[in-house]
Design a protein around this ligand. Structure first.
Ligand SMILES: [Zn+2]
Length: 301
């Protein structure tokens, strides 16, 4: 491991020398700035980037704009180095780790598995910026991703996500003092039951179900001509997965009013099914009301 790391560091030094010897990024004395002004070249600026080879200390031509008091390095743009001092390779690793683990755990994984030093703060900034980009992309590109099936299922649910105190500071919640510790993420998932298990029974491939989720509202004013943010999400997912064209549409939910309202608004012909767990829970409550006594909560299956 030490020898491998040493070899990577040597490769980093070679790459550094090659890039720093090439001063072609200072081709002209001034460049147009995105603000409309013009940026002048005052000199080369040093910066350290974290790459898959380890730290890279680069000298790049810097252009400064007096009009907007900011500047840029053409080489950073050309090499895709504008994100958080990370090279594209390290940014990809960071995003993969942050999608699965906490920012701090991601920092540890990157250090241990790849020998690269990315602080928890950098992981956080990268994850949040990429998340925002993904969200924009997900809103703009609604492409059909898979062929539908004659019978398709769509499930919606909501679940509390623990939040930092500052994120829920002015929100009402379920705590004894009226404060909130969580916000509700709503999710939608679509599947078919065309697959069969070993006994030939229809089954869903549950562990590979794509889920689209966000902390979004499912409510709009009755007078609003627009769908709620979450209903828009469900509509996009339904279009991508071929649910909208399925001759036989089924929507599963836990009985929450917002789920049935969303289903009725988007898919009027769909059959609405209360999921088995909540149906049993409801039956149990009815049993208690009629017969009294202490019937237990139904076991979840
Ligand atoms: Zn400018």
């Amino acid at each position: 491991m030490a020898a491998r790391r040493q070899a990577l560091r040597l490769a980093a030094r070679a790459l550094e020398q090659q890039l720093n010897a090439d001063t072609s990024d200072h081709g002209v004395p001034e460049l147009p700035c995105p603000c409309g002004g013009s940026a002048q070249y005052p000199g080369r600026h040093p910066k350290t980037f974290e790459s898959v080879l380890g730290p890279l200390h680069l000298q790049r031509a810097y252009y400064h704009c007096d009009q907007c008091q900011s500047g840029f390095c053409p080489r950073d743009r050309a090499l895709g180095l504008e994100s958080f001092s990370l090279t594209p390779g390290v940014l990809r690793m960071t995003a993969s780790a942050a999608a699965l683990a906490s920012f701090e755990e991601s920092r540890g994984l990157l250090q241990e598995l790849a020998g690269v030093n990315v602080s928890a703060k950098q992981v956080e900034r990268a994850a949040e910026a990429l998340g925002a980009e993904i969200a924009v992309d997900e809103h703009q590109h609604v492409e059909k991703m898979s062929e539908g099936a004659p019978t398709m299922y769509l499930g919606m649910d909501g679940t509390g996500v623990p939040m930092r105190a500052q994120e829920v500071a002015d929100r009402a919640g379920k705590q004894a003092d009226g404060s909130a510790k969580t916000r509700e993420a709503k999710l939608v998932t679509i599947w078919t039951a065309e697959s069969r298990d070993k006994e030939g029974k229809p089954c869903a491939i549950r562990d590979r179900l794509p889920i689209s989720a966000a902390i979004e509202s499912a409510a709009t004013l009755d007078t609003s001509p627009h769908l709620s943010d979450f209903a828009e999400r469900v509509g996009r997912e339904a279009a991508c997965r071929g649910f909208t064209e399925a001759p036989h549409q089924l929507v599963l939910g836990d009985g929450s009013t917002w789920i049935w309202n969303t289903a009725t608004e988007l898919f009027p012909p769909a059959t609405q099914i209360l999921d088995r767990f909540h149906a049993k829970e409801h039956l149990s409550q009815v049993g208690k009301v009629i017969y009294g006594g202490s019937y237990g909560r139904p076991a979840m299956d």
